[in-house]
Design a protein around this ligand. Structure first.
Ligand code: ADP
Ligand code: ZN
Ligand code: ZN
Length: 822
């Protein structure tokens, strides 16, 4: 018999695969893409993925594979190649990709801690002896690691057993319990096996009809039959009881073995009723939409199309038609949205047409939900999700046959992941995924990124345009208040111009709603000493602490460090401390004084950390239980409300004055997006921008709704200063506890890079925040011309980085590569 070796990918930041020896008992079943259990390091155990199988004996004594978790591959060859592309492109270990790509439930490791699944009934039948032993052990000791269990039971190969139990929902990884798992089970009823026989069933009915004692039971049974297609399906007990049937007669039916009761964990995936779907054919596209739709489908249209459509132009309706075509061809659809735009409102809109074919995947889901969606994506066409909506990580789902990728709000910077590695761009990676899957791509936005528009203009992408709001609705009127002028004329109260206040008052008086947008950047409230101007700083990071009213504390937004509000200045002991800056909390507070009768809510990261708070707030606003919604970037995205007549942008200057080559583009996008929330089909909304510099070009472009002007001024500027799309950037950040070591290493690294890449290297420089979590940071930028091939360059950069760290003093330097930084 041959001896096989497996090169495996471990979910760790390792530079390459590792080779293990395959026990001969697995020879017939092991395959590329299967998970195996391996030991790595002196003791630790991990689930790894088989990348290659071969007979080449490695130059070191290979450890044995300890267990095989899958009999058919969990990950396809194509997916593995996709991971490898991502790893090469974004300059990160393929193990990092595996760690984000595979739901944690598939990545059991020896340090994972386990408990009994809160939804598990406790029934032991159907479990193997070992499984029963594990359940009993865990009921005595609620939290154990696989190692603990292996020791207690005296069995070595415990991981495959536990892994099977995790997948069947018998035990659960402890991490998931932290996600505040809510037990959810339901009692289900089904017809007992013997009565599935038609003959037996008829006899039962005859018998019950004859006796007067069983009339009540009969009516319950009839109702049951009615609801379950004559016993072919099961039904929730609650649903049957809702039909006003007798509880005691039902109990008798169960006792007599006619109906069977069963505790089932309610699937955490929502149940969808497919019987009332709206046919896609009922959407009648208008001329503009029809032209865009036709264009996206044409054979001679480039594989990627940019759909540039103003807010409310019906981009989603065009998507829906394209999705329907893809499904009709038996293929799958990936629909990417920024996390924050993934609202119930939107998901329901797609479910109306595609029902249970729609799956949702995002980071707010628990681990087992993610595993469930994963498994439902991989199935056969009739038995799987065919439309997957998700935030960026949905690109990792195991599609069988991807035919269409839609990236809505494609300009949104949150498609780029920064922490942790892999630092990938969801949109760009999705385009690559579509390319290898033979799928089409539609990128949609009212304010396309400069990069995408540039690609469309030079013919690399197709371009379709929707210029009008659907149904003749008008785009909002955009007005600008010159805050300097208003201040001079004393027409300002606090941070509000009288002009804006008057409009808010009018809107509320006439039963309309208001959205106020306050950018977070630079406006975080902080404490300052009136006498010496000292501002309390974080002890770990070079930033000011932010005032948090709710907890009466000052907190660091980079590391979480927090202190109670000091009563005197730590520098000069003055007791004259006052609050500076104005965040959303402050806006909310001031408003409640100015409009004591209005219902005001605030939407920002602090007010929506709880899982359902955000959804709740949205539906409160939609159902008009809120008059004024104050928020950060969160209010700018993807919301569709029909009663918003006023949108206020409180301080436009802060958006345009940030030192970054994208700030102009971003400011235009954010202001245009939030403006799009004003007015709907039959009423024209008003947007009021407050600015101290109302003549700033970006603000003028928003007022004129002139994307074109923004695009041409920005491309002209970026061409001159060699910014993307005219160049490609790789940012390198070095981190270390000791400033001097860091400085030396950064200079050394920049030098060695310069020897190869010459003037393409910029820096090193200190970034805006030069110290975070006690580590000093230094940045080097590499800028390549748009046409230069990069894969070789990336390899060289990585090698030089490794070489730098070979130096003993530099071994603890961390090097972070960020390709195409946002
Ligand atoms: P976008 O995604 O471009 O912001 P939507 O697709 O949300 O625009 O369309 C805005 C509104 O107009 C929605 O309420 C939508 O239902 C409606 N609408 C757009 N196109 C059509 C159409 N062809 N038929 C019926 N309603 C439409
Ligand atoms: Zn002071
Ligand atoms: Zn800090």
């Amino acid at each position: 018999m041959q001896t096989l070796f497996a090169d495996v990918i471990l979910p760790l930041p390792l530079p390459s695969t590792y080779t293990y020896r395959v026990p001969q008992e697995y020879n017939d079943t092991i395959a590329v893409g299967c998970r195996v259990i391996v030991q790595f390091g002196s003791k630790k155990i991990y689930s790894a993925i088989v990348r290659r199988l071969h007979e080449t004996v490695p130059p070191y004594p290979a450890k044995y594979v300890l267990g095989l978790l899958d009999t058919t591959p969990l990950v396809s060859e194509q997916t593995l190649q996709f991971w490898e592309w991502l790893s090469a492109y974004y300059m990160c270990p393929v193990g990092d990709v595996m760690a984000v790509a595979l739901p944690a439930a598939f990545r059991l490791a020896s340090e994972s801690t386990l408990s009994i699944h809160p939804e598990y009934s406790g029934a032991l039948d159907g479990l193997s002896n070992h499984e029963q032993a594990i359940v009993m052990l865990l009921s005595e000791h609620p939290v154990m690691t696989p190692d603990d269990i292996a020791q207690a039971l005296g069995i070595a190969k415990v991981m495959p057993i536990i892994s099977g139990m995790v997948e069947r929902g018998i035990v659960v990884l402890q991490e998931e319990l932290h996600e505040r798992f809510k037990p959810r089970t339901a009692t289900w009823l089904s017809l007992a096996e013997p009565y599935h026989e038609e003959q037996a069933c008829r006899e039962l009915f005859d018998q019950m009809e004859k006796s007067s004692r069983t009339q009540k039971q009969l009516s319950v049974l009839l109702r049951f039959m009615q609801l379950t297609h004559f016993g072919q399906e099961s039904i929730r007990k609650k649903e049957l009881l809702d039909g006003q049937v007798s509880t005691s007669s039902l109990a008798t039916l169960v006792k007599n073995g006619i109906l069977v009761e069963e505790e089932r964990s309610d699937s955490r995936l929502e149940q969808v009723d497919d019987s009332k779907l709206t046919p896609v054919g009922s959407i009648v596209l208008n001329e503009e939409q029809q032209a865009a739709y036709d264009y996206c489908r044409r054979d001679d249209t480039p594989a990627v199309t940019l759909l540039h459509g103003v807010t409310g132009s019906g981009k989603t309706e065009v998507y829906i038609r394209l999705i329907a075509d893809t499904l009709a061809a038996g293929r799958q659809v990936l629909f990417l949205l920024p996390e924050i735009a993934l609202t119930a409102q939107f998901i329901n809109r797609l479910r109306r047409y595609f029902g249970s074919q729609v799956g949702v995947y995002h980071s707010r889901f628990s681990m087992s939900q993610r595993a469930e969606v994963w498994q439902h994506t991989a199935g056969e066409p009739d038995n799987r999700y065919n439309v997957l909506i998700g935030a960026r990580s949905a690109i990792f789902l195991p599609f069988n046959d991807l035919g269409l990728v839609i990236v809505d709000e494609e300009h949104d910077s949150s498609f780029k992941q920064y922490e942790p590695s892999p630092r990938y761009h969801g949109r760009d990676t999705a385009i690559y995924l579509a390319h290898i899957s033979g799928a089409r791509v539609v990128l949609g936005s009212a304010t396309p990124s400069i990069e995408s528009m540039y690609n469309a203009r030079n013919g690399k992408y197709g371009l379709a345009t929707l210029r009008h709001r659907y149904g003749g609705g008008q785009l909002p009127e955009v007005l600008c208040v010159d805050m300097r002028d208003a201040t001079r004329k004393k027409e300002v109260r606090g941070h509000f111009s009288q002009f804006l206040l008057d409009h808010i008052a009018d809107a509320i008086a006439s039963g309309n709603q208001v959205i106020l947008f306050q950018n977070r950047r630079g406006f975080s409230p902080r404490l300052e000493c009136d006498d010496c101007h000292y501002i309390p700083q974080c002890q770990n990071c070079d930033v000011s602490l932010v005032y948090h009213k709710a907890t009466h504390s000052l907190r660091c937004h980079y590391c979480g460090y927090s202190i109670p509000i000091p009563t005197e200045c730590p520098a000069c002991h003055s007791t004259h401390l006052s609050m500076k800056g104005f965040g959303t909390e402050r806006v909310e507070e001031d408003l409640s004084i100015l409009f004591p009768n209005a219902r005001i809510a605030r939407m920002d990261l602090d007010s929506t950390t709880e899982k359902n708070r955000y959804t709740q707030m949205l539906s409160d606003f939609e159902e008009r239980r809120i008059d004024i919604l104050v928020g950060t970037q969160m209010v700018t995205k993807g919301l569709d409300f029909s009663h918003v007549s006023i949108v206020g942008i409180l301080s436009a200057d802060s958006l345009v004055s940030y030192p970054d080559f994208r700030s102009f583009e971003r400011a235009f996008q954010q202001m245009t997006q939030v403006s799009g929330r004003a007015g709907r089909r039959d009423t024209r909304g008003t947007v009021i921008i407050q600015a101290f510099n109302p003549w700033h070009q970006a603000i003028r472009n928003v007022i004129d709704n002139d994307y074109e002007a923004m695009y041409s001024s920005q491309t002209a500027e970026r061409r001159v200063f060699r910014y993307p799309p005219f160049s490609r950037i790789i940012d390198i950040t070095l981190r270390h506890r000791d400033a001097e070591t860091l400085n030396e290493a950064a200079a050394l690294f920049a030098n060695s890079l310069r020897q190869v890449f010459a003037q393409r290297v910029v820096g090193p420089v200190y970034p805006n925040v030069p110290r975070v979590r006690g580590l000093y940071l230094k940045k080097i930028m590499l800028r390549f011309d748009a046409g230069e091939p990069l894969s070789q360059a990336k390899n060289i950069i990585l090698q030089l980085g490794e070489k730098l760290r070979e130096e003993k003093s530099n071994r603890t330097i961390q090097i972070i590569y960020d390709v195409d930084p946002q």
